[in-house]
Design a protein around this ligand. Structure first.
Ligand code: SAH
Length: 225
């Protein structure tokens, strides 16, 4: 696993974007109930301030979603931690599909934890910027593609885990088709203000669906931009 710290613009940990700010965020995530040590450790290392616009850098380690342009947001750190934890809880998945690359932050958090991450984004500008960040950070096991993620990535299926980071009215059937045996899918489902985070686990006796609580995501949209 490669450490991400070497590109930190504030390596001494002073100021709003250094190691101390990340440590404080992780303490907060722990206090809010995140238990998985691998997730906390990765979030201590991935420099979230490199995934948002420079004007908002000083807010990077607040536990809040922030705008990334094109009407989209980088997810709240607690939600990134919770979804990542939910994916890892029943064993480490080998191949993970992410729908909604956005800033690339969630993919960067997954990259040190699993062998391979496939990520799909429908907005080309966001995809291009996310790819650049991931390359700079040395996350070489992330493959990202410009496409409508509702269709999944059939050429690379089946996946051991699928994480959807934009909310649909339902769990896309194509994504369930691409979930392998023993696989786990985590997705926000429902209209704005009443979305729930849902986990589907594919067990030998059938799919088990759990409600992991209320969330607030940007919508899963069709078509490319
Ligand atoms: N995981 C991202 C969160 C970004 S917000 C991060 O860590 O920053 C959700 C993203 O999903 C947005 O970038 C949005 O453009 C994208 N999205 C919405 N509908 C999509 C679709 N059908 N296919 C692929 N990406 C989609």
């Amino acid at each position: 696993m490669r450490l991400f710290g070497h590109v930190d613009r504030d390596p001494d940990g002073l100021g709003m974007t250094g190691q101390r700010a990340r440590d404080r965020l992780v303490e907060r995530l722990r206090a809010e109930g995140i238990r998985e040590l691998r997730v906390l450790d990765v979030m201590r290392r991935v420099p979230r301030h490199l995934f948002i616009d420079e004007g908002l850098e000083s807010r990077a380690y607040e536990d809040t979603a922030l705008p990334i342009g094109s009407g989209q947001t980088i997810s709240q750190p607690y939600i990134v931690a919770r979804m990542t934890e939910a994916l890892l809880e029943h064993g480490t998945p080998g191949r993970v599909l992410e729908i909604g690359t956005g800033s690339g932050y969630q993919a960067a958090v997954l990259a040190p934890l699993v062998p391979k991450v496939y990520s799909i984004e429908r907005i080309h500008r966001l995809l291009r910027e996310a790819r650049m960040r991931l390359r700079k950070l040395g996350a070489a096991n992330v493959k990202a593609r410009h496409d409508d993620g509702r269709l999944g990535w059939p050429e690379e299926a089946p996946f051991d885990a699928i994480i959807v980071t934009a909310a649909g009215e339902r769990i896309e059937p194509a994504l369930l088709d691409q979930l392998g045996p023993g696989g786990v899918l985590v997705a926000p489902v429902g209209p704005p203000n009443v979305q729930r985070l849902v986990r589907v686990r594919r067990t030998p006796t059938g799919d088990v669906t759990e409600d992991l609580g209320p969330v607030s995501f940007v919508p899963l949209l069709g078509g490319l931009a």
